[in-house]
Design a protein around this ligand. Structure first.
Ligand SMILES: [Zn+2]
Length: 467
């Protein structure tokens, strides 16, 4: 068995910027920090997350307008949101394009992992005084460090989607509205009940209404299947606009009533009888998909529900903290394996490959510098590799098995030395026979620590009866 590659071997790639060891380590450390941000009271945590998301968008707008040095660190709650957003590279890129946050897909505006690590290890509370000073200057009514003590201090301001009045609410009410579809904030002017659904619908209507034949502004239409800028064919764009301009759809779009997805869906469905040709049906389906996946229930700016994306990372973060994966050898190994993983993806563009935890850490680290990630994957795999955290766990297991098989075929070595049962799997998947059959793919032989058959068995029993 070959020894793990050295750090230089792991990263050397004809001068391309790949994942570096210090970045991986700083990232693992950042996950520890995120772990500390968890709040035991779920109601308080909702307020924290909802407010952090609002602050993240404010900060993106600010950076785009003022272009401050990235040595000035945003507050950690904003980093928390930014991190989750970056892990959906397609949606992140599209959102930066659509919101005019163009700085955020340039080289200089990657998530500053090293700088964050420096602040964490240099200052007692992890807060760099210079960054805090800068923040206070531009956001005097917002605390730099968001804590359980100040999370509900001050007010949230939202725009009414019906009459455009500015509505003031407490952060607690805002968080309820943001995270519970049955909660609303009343508009004092037009008496509308403002819900996340109504706001998300207004966002869709705005983007669609402002679209033209040469510029479809909807999320979901900005990138092609390879993650490159998409310039819609004129005839498709024209058909999209024709659907929008049909009388029934227009009636809903121009309605003075609170916006409602149901009305909009009914109006769109009415177009199906008219759209007899396959292409028109296809366009209608595309609009419906975009509505569902990138707008419904997401009230602001992003086509990704960032709060849900943050919550999706909790399990991964907890596992990383448990493993405490920061020794140089283990991280260099993770980086080398991640590169092999990418090359396997290149060989099997149609397969869904599932990373093990170590590969995922290196992969996530790569995505945190969005520019480098795009450039690298475009250059070497000819497409921006998407990252999907939403695969159902039942399917995940099957993809994991097929990944291990492909890995073995290509590299003639087992996929991982991780204890996969513990890390990823329900015990049912590892039925005895399957496990025996799969063992050569799962486990690397560690000559230094030969496993006793009885121990293997004990562990197996434990996993069948345990969690
Ligand atoms: Zn109103």
């Amino acid at each position: 068995m070959a020894s793990p590659p050295s750090y230089n071997e792991a990263i050397s790639d004809n001068g391309d910027i790949f994942v570096t060891l210090p970045d991986c380590q700083a990232h693992a450390s950042l996950l520890h920090t995120f772990y500390q941000l968890r709040i035991s009271d779920p109601e308080v945590e909702k307020v924290y997350l909802a407010r952090a998301e609002a602050r993240y968008f404010q900060w993106m707008d600010h950076v785009q307008s003022y272009g401050p040095s990235m040595e000035l660190l945003p507050p950690i709650d904003i980093v928390y949101m930014w991190h989750a957003h970056l892990l959906s590279p397609y949606r992140y890129y599209e959102d930066t394009l659509r919101n005019g946050w163009v700085l955020f897909h340039t080289k200089a505006y990657g998530l500053p992992l090293q700088r964050l690590e420096w602040a964490k290890t240099t200052f007692e509370d992890g807060v760099d005084p210079e960054s805090e000073q800068y923040w206070r200057k531009f956001f005097p009514d917002q605390p730099y460090k968001l804590t359980t003590d100040n999370v509900d201090a001050g007010f949230s301001w939202i725009a009414c989607p019906c009459c455009q009045s500015r509505i003031r609410s407490s952060w607690v009410d805002y968080a309820k509205m943001r995270t519970d579809k049955h909660s609303s904030i009343p508009c004092h002017n037009c008496k509308a009940k403002v819900t996340a659904e109504a706001l998300s619908c207004a966002r869709f209507v705005k983007d669609w209404s402002e679209s033209t034949k040469t510029d479809i502004k909807l999320a979901g239409f900005q990138l092609d299947k390879k993650g490159k800028r998409l310039y819609l064919q004129p005839e498709i764009a024209a058909r999209m606009i024709a659907i929008r301009d049909s009388a029934k759809v227009q009636a809903v779009l121009n309605s003075k009533e609170p916006l409602d997805w149901i009305e909009l869906v009914i109006a769109l469905r009415s177009q199906i009888t008219i759209g007899r040709t396959d292409s028109k049906r296809l366009d209608l389906n595309t609009v419906a998909t975009t509505m569902r996946s990138r707008y419904m229930g997401i009230p602001y700016k992003s086509s990704l529900d960032i709060i849900i994306a943050v919550a999706r990372q909790w399990e991964f973060t907890a596992k990383m903290v448990e493993i405490n994966w920061t020794t140089p050898a283990s991280v260099a190994d993770a980086v080398a394996r991640y590169k092999k993983f990418l090359m396997l993806m290149k060989d099997h563009p149609k397969s869904i490959l599932v990373p093990v935890l170590s590969i995922d850490l290196a992969w996530h680290t790569h995505m945190l510098n969005h520019y480098n990630y795009r450039e690298y994957t475009l250059k070497h795999l000819f497409l921006v590799v998407n990252h999907d955290d939403t695969i159902a766990s039942s399917k995940l297991n099957n993809y994991l098995i097929s990944t291990a098989k492909l890995w073995y075929q290509k590299y003639q070595e087992p996929y991982t030395s991780d204890n996969l049962e513990k890390l990823y799997s329900s015990s049912s998947m590892f039925a005895a026979i399957q496990k025996r059959k799969m063992r050569k793919y799962w486990y690397q032989d560690k000559t230094t620590e030969k496993k006793e058959p009885t121990m293997e068995k004990d562990r197996y029993v434990e996993h069948n009866t345990g969690k």
